[in-house]
Design a protein around this ligand. Sequence first.
Ligand code: IMP
Ligand code: MG
Length: 188
Amino acid sequence: MSQPYERYLQEILIDSETLQNRVVDLAASINEDYADTRRLLLVCILKGGVMFLADLVRHITVPHSIDFMAISSYGDGVRESSGRVRIDMDLRQDIADKHILIVEDIIDSGHTMQYILSLLETRQPASIRICTLLSKPSRRLVPVHLDYVGFEIPDKFVFGYGLDLDELYRNLPFVGVCKPDMQVGDDC
Ligand code: IMP
Ligand code: MG
């Protein structure tokens, strides 16, 4: 039987096995780079980063804690970044003197990450690095230095593995390309 998401799916861009293998590689780099680090805090950007974080931490062996921030930069159903960024949920803890690793689903224009960085930097952490599952370099409007990148992808709208299609299908185990100009209807 066909699945509801199939009418929006043009192609699978990154399959589940490739994602999982890359997550293991990224965790290995993180384990190496933070081997001697105390007070490592992974800050997951909700909601898109949640699948990635959950898989990543299962392979991170250095002691760390996790926390969450919810940010929105896209309106429902809108596929372009507005450049306007809003905090829906802030961190509950003080990050002064902590080593921060931001875990994000995708860097597109860079506006969201620039905003998060400028905000967190004012709180005097010991360091801040960025780990993103996906990056669309051709879409960048503001430069952002990325420390760990899972995959660089072309300028296509993708969904699955944490990324939503109008809030749906974050649960898919792969990253798929959405057919151009498809909107999720009220029937879904
Ligand atoms: P930026 O501020 O333009 O870098 O946008 C970053 C945010 O836009 C990400 O955290 C995602 O929530 C969303 N986004 C960008 N591209 C995509 C995509 O292809 N699929 C789903 N969400 C996306
Ligand atoms: Mg996001």
